[in-house]
Design a protein around this ligand. Structure first.
Ligand code: PBE
Length: 307
């Protein structure tokens, strides 16, 4: 079992340590009637959410993009709150229940858009980039050393709807491995196409890295299930931050990952480490990133946050 302490590595490489608190401590006006849902018309959205955007883990490309949004749109009083996927969705769930205003860093595929009525704020400056894909990236040498795993990982591709099904099941309380096993059972035809003609292994070990983003918890568990149940591998999942995930594949400590958002979101990781990994191409098309709010909030654009 490979376990490394990754601390510092990302710093050494100059990757992804986004400092929160680019806020110059926005002074909430404190004069909003309670129950205010953030209306652009009243110019009060900043005060209504205390000038906070609820973010996720600092290594996520989404956080770097959001820092850029704050500077490009001149949102000086705003703070991007660092945390995790789980903390962000917990805050969203609570706010939604109370019909309180909240702004989160969101992405698609994500269960938040099926479970809640949410909208993306328009991004007229296009900072979050265009539609991109999620790629599968493996270590160099995997092709020669684990040809069956390589062949399957190369074939693995599914749709946003597939991924959302697994994500929603996990959100509704199923364990990730249960939700994944169920999806694999119910999608035999798709799975058979992935593994067609591939010779099962003989119990070899594989390690896949992932970050605890809801989307990647879903995909990584499905891939693990197929490798174990259909191709006779023993798979260990290594949950790390985004920088270490990339570095782990690049230095060969892990065999691969299915969590590379390209060409934009993980552009800096790809730029620094791309030559040391093998990019097997997209496993999912049709993603989106942005600031997301419940539809009961009366704003439509990131520009509305300037008011
Ligand atoms: N995400 C989900 C990741 C990629 C997967 C959008 C939060 C990121 O921002 O790096």
């Amino acid at each position: 079992m490979k376990k490394a302490t990754w601390k510092g590595l990302a710093v050494v490489l100059g990757l992804g340590m986004v400092m929160a608190g680019c806020s110059s401590a926005g002074t909430p006006q404190g004069n909003e009637p309670s129950g205010n849902t953030g209306s652009a018309a009243s110019g009060s959205v900043g005060a209504a959410v205390d000038h906070k955007i609820i973010g996720i883990d600092p290594g996520a490309g989404l956080m770097k993009a959001t820092e850029k949004v704050l500077s490009e749109y001149g949102l000086k009083d705003w703070e991007l709150v660092e945390g995790s996927s789980a903390a962000m969705t917990a805050a969203l769930t609570q706010a939604y229940k109370d019909k309180k205003p909240i702004i989160v860093t969101g992405w698609t595929p994500h269960w938040m858009f099926s479970k809640f009525e949410m909208k993306y704020l328009e991004d007229p400056k296009g900072i979050y980039g265009k539609e991109e894909q999620i790629h599968t990236v493996v270590r160099k040498g995997l092709k020669e050393e684990q040809p069956s795993a390589y062949a399957f990982l190369d074939k693995f591709a599914w749709t946003p709807a597939d991924m959302e099904k697994v994500m929603l099941d996990i959100e509704s309380g199923k364990k990730p491995e249960e939700a994944a096993a169920e999806w694999v059972k119910n999608n035999e035809e798709t799975v058979n196409k992935w593994i067609e003609g591939i010779q099962p292994a003989t119990g070899q070990k594989l390690t896949l890295a992932y970050v605890a983003w809801d989307s990647e918890i879903a995909s990584t568990n499905v891939v693990k299930t197929v490798l174990e149940e259909k191709l006779n591998y023993q798979v260990e999942l290594s949950q790390v931050e985004a920088g270490p995930m990339w570095i782990g594949v690049a230095n060969g400590d892990v065999d691969g990952m299915v969590a590379a958002w390209l060409p934009t979101t993980h552009a800096d990781y790809m730029e620094k480490l791309g030559k040391d990994v093998e990019d097997l191409g997209p496993n999912l098309e049709g993603t989106k990133l942005g600031l997301a709010v419940p539809t009961y909030m009366d704003i439509t654009s990131i520009e509305d946050l300037q008011k």
